[in-house]
Design a protein around this ligand. Sequence first.
Ligand SMILES: [Zn+2]
Length: 465
Amino acid sequence: MLKLYNTLSRKKEEFVPIKETVGFYSCGPTVYNYAHIGNLRAYICADILKRTLKYNNYKIKHVMNITDVGHLTDDADSGEDKIEKGAEREGKTVWEIADFYTKTFKDDMKKLNIQEPDVWCKATEHIKEMIDMIKKIETAGYTYSAGGNLYFDTSKFKHYSELARLKLDDLKEGARTEVDENKKHPRDFVLWFSLEGSKFGKSHTMKWESPWGTGYPGWHIECCAMSSKYLGNQFDIHSGGIDHIPVHHTNEIAQAETAMNVHPWVKLWFHNNFLIVKEGKMAKSAENFLKLGLLEKKGYRPLSYRYFCLGSHYRSELNFSWKALDNVENSYEKFKNKIIEIRNNKKGGTTDTSSHIKKFESAINDDLNTPVALAVTLDLMNDDKIAADSKYAAICKFDEVLGLNIGEMKENKIEASANIQKLLKDREQARKNKDWKLADELRDKIKKEGFEIEDTKTGPKLKKT
Ligand SMILES: [Zn+2]
């Protein structure tokens, strides 16, 4: 029996899908910059959930959106459109920015061995669906116009406080939020920004015709419109970070339930906790912005970041530090070497792995307890009574959930000519000298010889391409 924590009830519940195929929607990235590794944790957690459902033989339809319009720098409708801002920053068009960072996000997913959703959907390709849904909300009587924009009237929706357990009496907008004087109530939110109404909308490049004037949709409507298009009026699971609970997901529920006259719209809300970074503030524009590429540049492997995430429960905060990552990189290397040793070992013994399998399954089925699941995997790896091939078969089965790509783990040692070894040495020297241009040239030369370099904490390793 699979038990999952539901933010809506604040309890672990037995998972029972509505229909044969589990409908699963994940709030995707806003593609205006590289993904922060804290955001990537959310997708690793959702991936573990998806893999656990598959392990339990559920069929799944997984949908993820790409936000390429309407997400302002503050989630509660203040500030500027993130994509427009990104375009300004880089001197590119909004479309170029969105395309570029969609690609980098998908590359990150691949490197972290996160399975792709069945449906990718872009906000800008679903404006019609959003307009249709807003019309339904308007017909149901939950909207008002002010200053040219169309707003959702949260005071009319009686379930508004349920997901976030908001205390409606003392609801005030946070100090960081600029108060929008058009709103009747601070929690109200924009369904449609018209260029006349939006303070920042005059020069907005992305705009569409609508019954409420030329403009663009609010951020929250896109997830409702796209999820209902691909998963129907009600579905099983909606995932995202805990930061989405009080605003984005609360507003999604208000819109979807009024437009489609359903309750509850989503059966189970799945939220992961934050990655906590204590080593100073890291601005998105700064060179030390914590993206996956920075970890790679510093010699950490993406899958060891995944391994790091598996080591803590998705509902716990995860403390990030370079020191912690160093430790994980070493444990991951040991884990990998042990896997290879088991794979190459012909040692006999008992073939019964059932007690380990049972422990593993009860861990993952208990609200995705990956730290315990990982500990069970290590126990099995170190159990000398079990025959190596039985052990390996069970670990590969566990990897359907862990997603560490165990079948692909290879030894670091590789036969390379003296010439290539020399190029590798020269590149190391260039890196030490911070001559990145020369280091990149040498990397390309090595690539032409058929080898790729993997920078690890224990030094650079060659891989055949
Ligand atoms: Zn969303």
